[in-house]
Ligand binder design. Structure first.
Ligand SMILES: [Zn+2]
Ligand SMILES: [Zn+2]
Length: 409
């Protein structure tokens, strides 16, 4: 009897991230892709209503033997803007945002022996004999930048990369995870994301202006036009509300682009307080976002993967950092914080609750969402202090204490 060979699998079929794929791995979306339907509806619905309104005006003018050519062009512009908006929406949400390929095993410790690392923190995962520093310093444009080890992807994140807790991938030049598009915004789709929000803003202003002109046009009785033209009223109110959202976002991203920051960096590091190593001047920053070549995807989602690769990939599903910290260690942290057992914490730690420290230890690497690091936000409230540096000091301090306490026990 012949043993049936397992069917060869493609990368997207054994994908470790939370992404969803369409058309046999040709399109990649985030796990919350369903929100794309809502976003499409919120754009296409009012755009369709606007076109219906314009076609009514055209019919009315033709019936009255008035010239309607200008209204045809109004309609064409609206259709072109809507199609462009949809196109950018699709480009942003359906392509690889710049996912960093995971390692199947942690990097060799030899690679890191020579490394200059100020951190006393070590990564000890599934391979206890292997010791890797949790952070290492990389020189970017003459500035020293700290890169962190990702426990899920088993790699040192490239500078500006961050792990998206929703998609469960490290993404290059991570900006944010967009819940409206259900996709990460990273190095490969940021340009399209900006085109999308700016086109949405223009579309909003356009529909608002035309609808308003349409009402004011009724010079004889503007109030009558307002009360009778419900569709135009709806479009005016809708676009007025929407433009604050998309317009505000466009302006904010214009500022980020001109200063070469990502949303994540802006929220977390606040470069206006310290020097931004990526800032090359306004013109070059714009060139980088809009005119540089988009790097090819580091994945071929349709490529067949080796069987052993699938096997190795299997246990890496969860964050081994969490696994490796035994319940005893967790109790150690708890007891240390809860009771006064002789350990003195730095002044700054005294106001912080124990749960927050433990939470921070658990999530420090696992989910790097801008709002996840409550400890950082607490510390940021302290005047004249660098939030990130202090954050790392605290974590280093608590963790080294934890080691000491475990040894003593
Ligand atoms: Zn990662
Ligand atoms: Zn994401």
């Amino acid at each position: 009897m012949e043993i049936e060979k397992p069917k060869p699998q493609r990368l997207y079929q054994v994908w470790r991230g939370s992404n969803r794929f369409l058309f046999g791995g040709r399109l990649i979306f985030g796990p919350d892709v369903s929100s794309l339907f809502l976003s499409t509806f919120l754009i296409a619905g009012p755009a369709l209503a606007f076109c219906i309104k314009i076609s009514c005006i055209i019919r009315h003018r033709i019936r009255e033997n008035k010239p309607a050519l200008s209204w045809y062009s109004v309609m064409i512009v609206a259709i072109v803007l809507t199609m462009m908006d949809m196109f950018f929406l699709f480009l942003t949400s359906s392509r690889d945002p710049g996912i960093v390929p995971r390692n199947t095993r942690p990097p060799e410790s030899d690679e890191t022996v020579e490394m200059n690392t100020p951190s006393m923190e070590w990564v000890q995962g599934r391979t206890p004999h292997l010791k890797l520093p949790r952070t290492k310093d990389v020189i970017v444009n003459g500035h020293s930048v700290k890169v962190k080890f990702c426990d899920t992807c088993l790699l040192y994140r490239p500078p500006r990369a961050s792990h998206c807790s929703i998609c469960n991938n490290c993404v290059q030049r991570f900006d944010h995870h967009c819940p409206w598009l259900g996709q990460c915004i990273g190095i490969r789709n940021y340009r399209y994301f900006y085109m999308f929000i700016s086109t949405s803003t223009i579309l909003c202003i356009y529909v608002f202006s035309v609808s308003w002109i349409n009402i004011v046009h009724e010079k004889d009785n503007v109030w009558k036009a307002i009360t009778s033209d419900i569709l135009s009223d709806f479009l005016i109110i809708y676009c007025f509300i929407a433009v604050w959202f998309v317009g505000g976002l466009s302006v904010f991203h214009l500022y980020l682009i001109s200063t070469n920051q990502t949303t994540y960096e802006n929220f977390r590091y606040r470069y206006d307080k310290k020097e931004n190593p990526y800032n090359k001047g306004v013109i070059k920053n714009f060139q980088e976002v809009f005119f540089s070549k988009i790097s090819p995807s580091l994945h071929d989602f349709r490529a067949f993967v080796q069987e052993d690769e699938v096997m190795v990939r299997e246990p890496t599903d969860h964050n081994f950092m969490e696994d490796s910290s035994s319940s005893k260690e967790k109790i150690d942290i708890g007891s240390k914080c809860g009771e006064n057992n002789g350990l003195t914490l730095p002044e700054i730690l005294r106001s912080i609750e124990c749960d927050e420290i433990e939470e921070n230890l658990k999530h420090e690497e696992g989910d790097d969402g801008t709002d996840s690091n409550r400890l950082v936000s607490r510390v940021e409230q302290e005047p004249d202090k660098h939030a990130i540096e202090i954050d790392e000091e605290i974590v280093d301090y608590v963790k080294s204490d934890q080691t000491t306490a475990s040894v003593q026990a």
